[in-house]
Design a protein around this ligand. Structure first.
Ligand code: IPE
Ligand code: IPE
Ligand code: MG
Length: 246
């Protein structure tokens, strides 16, 4: 077996996160509309899920649609939401079979009720039967931004301490993080961004404090298992010091 988990020498990240970028450019290179790139990106998601499972990654999160992406033309936004609905319908049985737990995080209040319902149903359907652990948590960040997440956590905290303002004194980073939408999910060990852009674009701002960042030139619709594996290989060479001396 050549999978990473078989090699005890290699560090496998617990949580890999991907900023899936470059769909529009991929389509443009082929003389097609941007949405052609988005629909072809679904295959890359499938490949990444399989690669994560094969290599022993426990959490895979994908940035699918940012708060700022609401500012794109309505046609593109509608196509992206339609693709999400279709992908859920097409993939949910296969995810369940692979024991992958599906979750969506973000400001769902901005989504169409039919999409919110499909998301909720898929989340419930893919919760493993009692006693079982999922093989992989697949987390989709949809209508998400890092600043929005921190702000909603701060509002929750303010609300929770309304009648005990003195108690705020004792609030530490972990108590704050328990109000982020990612509560209970370990911070990403590795964040990959495709398409050659070297920025975070308001993604996991709090949670990325000590993530290893990897920027690759591959456009998202071209991303396949080999690309996932080489990212893991690169990660295994990194020396994480967390501000300390080794
Ligand atoms: C990523 O591809 C998908 C989303 C942000 C929804 P883009 O649509 O950003 O593609 P480029 O960056 O314009 O090529
Ligand atoms: C980041 O990509 C958001 C997602 C991948 C969902 P964008 O294409 O929106 O980011 P910018 O505009 O290049 O920073
Ligand atoms: Mg982009």
């Amino acid at each position: 077996m050549e999978e990473f988990k078989e090699n005890k020498q290699v560090k496998v990240p617990t949580h890999v996160s991907i900023i899936m970028d470059g769909n529009g450019r991929w389509a443009k290179l082929r003389g097609k509309e941007r949405v052609f790139g988005h629909s072809n990106g679904v295959e890359s998601v499938r490949a990444s899920v399989e690669a994560a499972v094969e290599n022993g990654v426990r959490y895979l999160s994908l940035f699918a649609f940012s708060e700022e992406n609401w500012g794109r033309p309505a046609d593109e936004v509608n196509t992206l939401m339609g693709l999400m609905l279709k992908a859920i319908a097409d993939e949910v049985d296969s995810l369940k079979k692979q024991r992958v737990r599906f979750r969506v995080l973000g400001d769902l209040s901005r989504l169409e009720p039919s999409l919110v319902k499909a998301i909720h149903d898929a989340e419930v359907y893919t919760v493993p039967d009692s006693g079982e652990d999922p093989v992989l948590d697949l987390i989709i960040f949809l209508s998400y931004s890092g600043k929005w997440d921190i702000l909603q956590a701060a509002k929750k905290l303010a609300f929770d301490y309304m009648s005990d303002p003195a108690g705020l004194e004792k609030v530490d980073a972990s108590e704050f993080a328990s109000r982020l939408v990612t509560a209970g999910i370990p911070d990403p060990d590795l964040i990959i961004r495709t398409s050659g852009e070297s920025r975070i674009s308001n993604y996991l701002l709090w949670q990325a404090a000590y993530s290893e960042l990897l920027f690759v030139d591959t456009l998202w619709p071209d991303f396949r298992k080999e690309d996932f594996r080489s990212a893991l290989e690169e990660y295994s060479k990194r020396d994480r010091r967390y501000g300390k001396v080794k």
